[in-house]
Design a binder for this molecule. Structure first.
Ligand SMILES: NC(=O)c1ccc[n+]([C@@H]2O[C@H](COP(=O)([O-])OP(=O)(O)OC[C@H]3O[C@@H](n4cnc5c(N)ncnc54)[C@H](O)[C@@H]3O)[C@@H](O)[C@H]2O)c1
Length: 252
């Protein structure tokens, strides 16, 4: 388990959920990891669980460029410029996101600010850092909602995730010549605090699990392996691509 020995990996949204699982796995694979999150207390707890000698916190609100830029600058000053960046943080405003005709502009904007603008800002400052160290790997967290019509109320969320898929392809093409790879991982329905509106409601949960060919909900562990592949030299020829780990959901 040393496929990421010598790497420094920053994962946004790593205080909990998918990001935490990926950061912890990266550390087990030998990387130094940066738990980047806007929730400082939860990020400190995550670092303690991962192991403080291998991990550190970067408090960062990805929707605020000054915050993102300051965090990357501080890491660079302390010789922690990441060569792997997982732009994973995101929100889904269940109960507020709605069919287009009913969707408040403010809810649209809050979703776009974090998911799309925040991912762009993470990528922007990640690329600047990677250019200064000779390249590396960027991984974006997409979604089945960015590929299919997966939930009629997910207007804002789906639009941001489709935007992330497009962002990854364009940035991959733009920086391939500088040894920067950019890929998207599409987790399926994964039981984290993001989706308690579904997982806590037996009927909603049964409906979504019923649409997953492999017949079960995903867990954060399910996406660790593809993230390690893309972060490591095993993924050296992969860029601009989209990797679904969704139990077959997007085949339907
Ligand atoms: N859970 C699923 O079913 C599922 C499916 C497909 C894609 N995704 C995507 O996976 C990613 C992680 O989701 P999760 O299920 O682990 O969610 P989660 O809610 O468990 O964790 C999200 C983390 O992001 C952080 N965060 C939120 N806004 C932030 C901001 N502005 N700046 C910095 N950090 C911020 C939160 O503090 C939290 O630690 C998201 O992009 C989500 O859209 C999730």
């Amino acid at each position: 388990m040393t496929r990421l020995q010598g790497r420094t990996a920053l994962v946004t949204g790593a205080a909990t959920g998918i990001g935490y699982a990926v950061a912890a796995r990266f550390a087990r694979e030998g990387a130094r990891v940066i738990v980047a999150d806007r929730d400082e207390a939860a990020a400190i707890d995550a670092v303690a669980e991962i192991g403080a000698d291998l991990a550190r916190v970067a408090v960062m609100d990805i929707s605020d460029e000054r915050s993102v830029e300051a965090a990357f600058a501080e890491l660079a000053a302390e010789q922690w410029t990441p060569d792997v960046v997982v732009a994973n943080a995101g929100v889904q405003l269940f109960g507020q996101d709605a069919k287009a005709a009913d969707l408040d502009l403010e809810v649209w904007r809050r979703t776009v600010d974090v998911n799309l603008t925040g991912t762009f800002l993470t990528v922007k400052h990640a690329v600047r850092g990677l250019l200064s160290i000779g390249g590396g790997s960027i991984i974006l967290t997409g979604s089945p909602t960015g590929l299919n019509g997966e939930g009629q109320d997910f207007t804002a969320y789906s639009a941001t995730k489709a935007g992330i898929h497009g962002l990854a392809r364009t940035v991959a093409a733009a920086y391939a010549g500088q040894n920067i790879r950019v890929n998207t991982v599409v987790p399926g329905y994964t039981e984290t605090s993001l989706v308690t509106a579904i997982s806590d409601d037996p009927a909603s949960r049964a409906a979504i699990v019923g649409r997953i060919p492999l017949g079960r909900a995903g867990t954060p562990r399910d996406v660790e392996g593809i993230m390690v592949f893309l972060a490591s030299d095993d993924g050296a020829f992969a860029t601009g691509a989209l990797f679904a780990v969704d139990g077959g959901m997007t085949t339907l």
